[in-house]
Design a protein around this ligand. Structure first.
Ligand code: N01
Length: 495
């Protein structure tokens, strides 16, 4: 590239502002830190780094992706304690990363973005926060899919007089021992919470709307010898990571549209249910009514045993409303509760951050009324010098999000290098963006996420399009979106 810096720099607080310090924003910051040539600041509404792993500390919280894949390839951790890590270990990994890589001083904590606007005449982003205004030439949104909780739309929710908490806002000061507890939802969060609290509560009612598919969790501690080996021979750890990645890539994720493969997973899940649940009536209730893979496949050895405890009820009658003392069911019966846990997920389909981002063509959430759309899954027509990590079609039905994050880090790193060495402004071309988004939706049409007969957070509620997750192999995501190039962008000077 023939790069000339001809543009006078307007007054800015940093070349780049990054919103969010979870896995994606932090990873980008580490790479910029290590490069040492880029000037950036991070805005974080919380009081520490860690994103979803800072917020989700409910009892039993952990990850269902292999620890050695659920960590940065540029910062491998030979000391992971087990196959699947628990939340405290992941959060510590992120905190240690921020500390060791010198990122903490660049973060403005307790800073919530209320409006980010592209100022065309100055060629910069002006970002309003509760802590004042920041200006930067480039804006990176790295707020993830799971940062804003989703409250269920149930009549009378606010009238509940007991203790109520969403799974992502756990109050550890509340002692649930001996209490009558209800939990709404049976997704990944709920099936971790239920087995953990069931032995301590007087009674637990699990309100299930849709049964999930669950497969066995093959989880074990790494021995000291294994950890020592990974530490002494980093190349062995990298090989192990590759093995895990390609095993995952070839077995699981985007091949879910292949009938024989679906049947195999379905059988594994049915076998797990049959092995763990003897009562045919209960088994029937726990059998999902949609094709396997349409919603996230969960992994647990503890959930089905917990459901069969004497002090646990799986309630499949619908919820009519909530009143001061508990839950009223559609058959008129009433479940008395001291505590109500809402394990009802996140605003993952319509990302709340899009409501505060204003480009040349207005508010991003208005542009995305029918679902998120981005060129290379990262930049948006009408929003110059703007990059979104974990925006449209970057989630995964299965696989490691860190691979997706690292792909976007490299893309954005390249884009920032181009921007700041050339002094230009870039924005994806409308036609290029439309063609790219069409190629994604064409691929999605054949997948179980669309054809599997369920309504998941992967699908946009109004358009029915697959907008949250990537419909192809992870390696294909990297092939298409891993290296920045100006093709597909309109490039111009600051006016
Ligand atoms: O949320 P979810 P989550 N009345 O959206 C039910 C990641 N994660 O927090 O299926 C009754 O999956 C809803 O029912 P239905 C992972 O990416 C990972 O559990 O819509 N029920 C569903 O059962 C995951 O996908 C890990 O019919 C209502 C549940 O609430 C994402 O986070 C651990 C309802 C929501 O499930 C979100 O998982 C935790 C209502 N009005 C999370 N509204 C691991 O890695 C919603 N529901 C292990």
């Amino acid at each position: 590239m023939n790069i000339q810096n001809t543009t006078p720099k307007p007054q800015v607080d940093a070349e780049t502002l990054i919103i969010g310090t979870g896995f994606s924003g932090l990873g980008l910051a580490v790479i910029l830190e290590r490069e040492g040539t880029r000037d950036y600041l991070m805005l974080e509404r919380g009081q520490d780094v860690g994103g979803t792993w800072r917020d989700n500390h409910y009892p039993g919280a952990g990850c269902d992706v292999f620890s050695h894949l659920y960590s940065y390839s540029f910062r491998p951790n030979p000391h992971w304690s087990r196959t699947y890590s628990k939340q405290p270990e992941i959060l510590k990994y992120l905190q240690d990363t921020a500390k060791d890589e010198g990122v903490y001083p660049k973060v403005r904590f307790g800073t919530t973005v209320t409006r980010a606007e592209w100022i065309e005449e100055d060629g910069l982003w002006q970002v309003e926060t509760n802590n004042g205004t920041y200006r930067a030439r480039a804006l990176v949104s790295a707020t993830g899919h799971l940062s804003d909780l989703a409250m269920p739309d149930i009549e009378g929710l606010e009238s509940f007089g007991g203790k109520m908490m969403h799974s992502s806002q756990w109050d550890h000061d509340y002692d649930y021992t001996g209490k009558r507890v209800g939990i709404i939802g049976t997704g990944a969060s709920s099936i971790q919470i239920a087995p953990e609290i069931a032995p301590d509560v007087s009674h637990l009612t699990v309100f299930q709307r849709t049964a999930p598919y669950i497969v066995p969790r093959r989880d074990e501690a790494y021995s000291e010898a294994q950890k020592g080996m990974f530490e002494r021979f980093p190349e062995m750890l990298q090989d192990f990571r590759k093995e895990l990645f390609w095993g995952n890539e070839s077995r699981f994720p985007q091949r879910l549209q292949i009938p024989a493969f679906l049947a195999q997973i379905q059988e594994m899940s049915r076998g797990h249910l049959e092995a763990q649940v003897a009562d045919p009536e209960l088994r029937e209730k726990l059998t999902p009514p949609y094709s396997v893979g349409c919603k996230r496949i969960l992994i647990s050895n503890e959930y089905y045993p917990a459901i069969q405890r004497e002090n646990v009820t799986l309630e499949t009658t619908g919820i009519a409303r909530i009143d001061e003392t508990g839950v009223v069911l559609t058959d008129g019966s009433h479940v008395e509760l001291d505590m109500l846990i809402l394990a009802t997920g996140f605003e993952a389909t319509e990302l709340p951050i899009a409501e505060v981002i204003y480009g040349k063509t207005g508010r991003l959430s208005d542009q995305w009324e029918n679902g998120g759309q981005a060129f290379a899954c990262t930049s948006v027509h009408g929003y110059p010098n703007f990059f979104m990590m974990l925006g449209p079609n970057t989630g995964l039905g299965a696989g490691s999000m860190i691979y997706m994050v690292e792909t976007q880090i490299e893309y954005i790193r390249g884009a920032l290098e181009y921007l700041f060495e050339s002094g230009k402004i870039i924005e994806p071309d409308r036609e290029a963006q439309e063609a790219y988004v069409k190629s994604i939706h064409d691929r999605a049409e054949r997948t179980v996420w669309i054809t599997g007969g369920c309504q998941s957070w992967y699908l946009h509620p109004r358009s029915g399009k697959l907008t949250a997750i990537w419909p192809d192999y992870m390696s294909q995501f990297r092939k298409e979106n891993g290296t920045f190039a100006t093709k597909g962008y309109m490039v111009r000077d600051v006016t």
